[in-house]
Design a binder for this molecule. Structure first.
Ligand code: NAG
Ligand code: NAG
Ligand code: NAG
Ligand code: NAG
Ligand code: NAG
Ligand code: NAG
Ligand code: NAG
Length: 340
């Protein structure tokens, strides 16, 4: 008797654990709609259509709490004025310091890592969203400002001047996760999807952006060596025209901007969970539908693992394909939060 009750309870828990979260959050998909056949993009390049979007773009700022960012008019306007913009008002980074947050963007875990120093993630741990995308023929690229090479894997921590001194305010490896994963840095084909940011602007102009675009600004522009107002000016001057008015950029796209982690690390890890790591995050783009004001805000609790969960739901119709926190983190409510 006791045994059978326990079995039922365990079965119930595992059912809830595997299926309840994503559908609760409006991001549910049917595997019946999953496409495997490539279509042809505006420039003749093949792409795999997703259920909700055909491109995911992400750009990351550095080390600021929610309010100092939202208080900048660039950021409070962005989710109000960008096409189908939406504020993710309850979005949390996953740890401190920077580097493991960037790992989580593509791997759905920090690997328990808590440092910015150079590390290699090897063996089966180096399985990331890139493996999933590649398997399905979905194009991807990482672009970094001041990346010291035009294309390929640049392995060092940061560029150095002739004296061996780190070039200030430039590119740093800890903000560009791809080069830390063995499955990428040992593979020339994959390395060739990593570019200096100038190539982003070239690809955009040529309507040749890949389907998963990861953009890392340099240490000045992302606010790391500066502040929220500098980050805001950078976004305003460099990006807003593209974000608001570029039809190619927004068509069938889900675009994302956020920070890697909060600025205030006081009290971190003294309370279980992601306490004190609340950061600004916004989505916009052609894939979203806002049914009035209600959908301009989304207060579901998301974190960095929601990115891989969302990509999986879009292209595979299920989450958890990395077998990490992409199983538990809710995917973003696309096209809108089904509940009303
Ligand atoms: C990481 O891998 C690269 C490329 O194989 C190697 O040059 C570097 O020494 C490794 N770094 C660490 C910290 O193991
Ligand atoms: C070497 O470092 C010194 C002191 O920081 C600096 O003044 C000088 O410009 C550097 N030289 C080169 C070649 O980078
Ligand atoms: C390198 O990556 C490409 C693209 O994913 C893949 O087709 C190829 O098998 C990989 N090569 C090795 C040696 O893993
Ligand atoms: C932000 O940084 C910029 C340039 O780094 C500086 O000019 C400005 O005074 C800073 N603003 C605040 C509020 O600290
Ligand atoms: C930083 O976080 C701590 C702990 O939550 C809080 O007491 C403090 O007020 C915060 N400081 C700022 C500047 O927000
Ligand atoms: C989830 O992420 C945490 C780090 O926040 C990590 O310690 C844990 O191992 C991850 N869980 C899974 C199943 O990957
Ligand atoms: C993200 O959120 C999920 C769901 O609450 C949680 O399981 C996970 O530990 C969080 N952290 C990471 C790194 O995914």
């Amino acid at each position: 008797m006791k045994t059978s009750v326990a079995v039922v309870v365990i079965a119930l828990i595992s059912t809830l654990g595997t299926s309840a979260l994503p559908t609760d959050h409006g991001c549910s998909a049917s595997q019946d709609n999953i496409q495997t056949r490539a279509l042809t993009g505006p420039n003749g390049e093949p792409y795999i259509p997703g259920q909700f979007f055909d491109r995911f773009f992400m750009i990351i700022g550095e080390n600021m709490d929610f309010w100092p960012v939202e208080a900048q008019s660039t950021f409070s306007n962005l989710w109000k004025q960008a096409p189908n913009g939406r504020l993710l008002g309850n979005y949390y980074a996953v740890t401190h310091p920077s580097q493991p947050n960037y790992f989580a963007h593509i791997a759905a875990t920090t690997f328990g890592w808590n440092s910015d120093s150079v590390t290699n993630i090897t063996g089966s741990e180096s399985f990331t969203i890139v493996d999933l995308l590649e398997e399905k023929g979905i194009s991807w690229a990482g672009y970094a400002e001041d990346y010291p090479i035009t294309q390929g894997c640049y392995i060092p921590y940061a560029p150095e001047d002739a004296n061996g001194t780190q070039v200030p305010h430039s590119y740093v490896r800890k903000h560009f996760p791809f080069v830390s994963f063995e499955s990428i840095y040992t593979n020339e084909t994959r390395c060739n999807n990593l570019y200096n940011a100038e190539m982003f602007w070239k690809h955009l102009k040529e309507n040749k952006l890949p389907q998963f675009v990861y953009f890392t600004p340099n240490l000045l522009n992302d606010g790391h060596d500066t502040n929220a107002s500098f980050f805001a000016s950078y976004i305003q001057e460099t990006w807003i025209d593209t974000f608001y008015y570029n039809d190619y950029f927004n068509a069938r796209a889900l675009n994302y901007i956020s920070l890697d982690e909060s600025g205030n690390t006081t009290g971190f890890n003294t309370v279980p969970g992601d306490n004190n790591n609340h950061i600004y995050a916004a989505l916009w783009g052609g894939t979203l539908t806002n049914r009035g004001t209600y959908d301009k805000y989304d207060f579901n609790r998301y974190n960095h693992s929601s990115i891989t969960a969302t990509l999986e739901m879009n292209w595979w119709g299920e989450t958890g394909l990395l077998g990490r926190n992409d199983t538990y983190a809710p995917c973003f409510a696309v096209p809108n939060d089904g509940a009303n």
